[in-house]
Design a protein around this ligand. Structure first.
Ligand code: K1U
Ligand code: ZN
Length: 163
């Protein structure tokens, strides 16, 4: 059954403690649970409402290792791939290319600020799905940038600290 309503959560803003904490791993017992599905859905609704291409649970005041990555073409990255939103539980960046690229970033928690951030061009990431299946994928370009920005949120780091 599909939900009729969307759940829009408040987004923590720069300076709030939750954004500087290392988030906790999602426990095995939380996988495949209604709670985790609802969290992901509310994060997705909030990201969409705010026109974001990503979001991390600490941004909605949940200090757990859950992110969403949802690349799409935009004025800054017209060639970015359009991807279905990917929910990543306990994501780990296993490998980073030595090559870095500078690119513009914004943040739902840092309104009205954009900046150029150097990020690895290509990464290999391992994560669990909401159901607890393990996935390993390689991302390059804008999606790789979003993953690195969101994993930073899980480690209490904002993009403005990388400028
Ligand atoms: O995590 C967030 O705060 C969301 C953030 C994700 C992000 C954007 C750009 C680079 C890395 C990570 C945003 O969605 S900001 C808004 C946005 O859509 C955007 C901003 C700058 C360039 C391209 C898109
Ligand atoms: Zn952000």
């Amino acid at each position: 059954r599909e939900e009729l309503m969307s759940t829009i959560l408040a987004v923590a803003q720069r300076g709030e403690t939750i954004l500087s904490l290392a988030a906790a791993e999602v426990a095995k017992s939380e996988l495949n649970s209604e709670w985790l599905n609802k969290l992901a859905e509310a994060m997705h609704d909030t990201m969409t409402e705010r026109n974001g291409v990503g979001i991390a649970a600490p941004q909605v005041y949940v200090s757990k290792r859950v992110i969403i990555v949802a690349s799409r073409p935009n004025p800054r990255y017209p060639d970015a791939p359009e991807m279905d939103a990917v929910v990543m539980v306990n994501p780990e960046i296993l490998e980073k290319s030595e090559a870095t690229v500078l690119g513009e970033e914004g943040c739902l928690s840092v309104p009205d600020e954009r900046g150029q951030v150097a990020r690895a061009e290509t990464i290999k990431v391992r994560y669990l799905t909401l159901q607890g299946e393990q996935v390993e994928t390689v991302y390059t370009g804008f999606p790789a940038r979003i993953v690195q920005h969101e994993v930073d949120h899980l480690d209490g780091i904002l993009f403005i600290q990388r400028i």
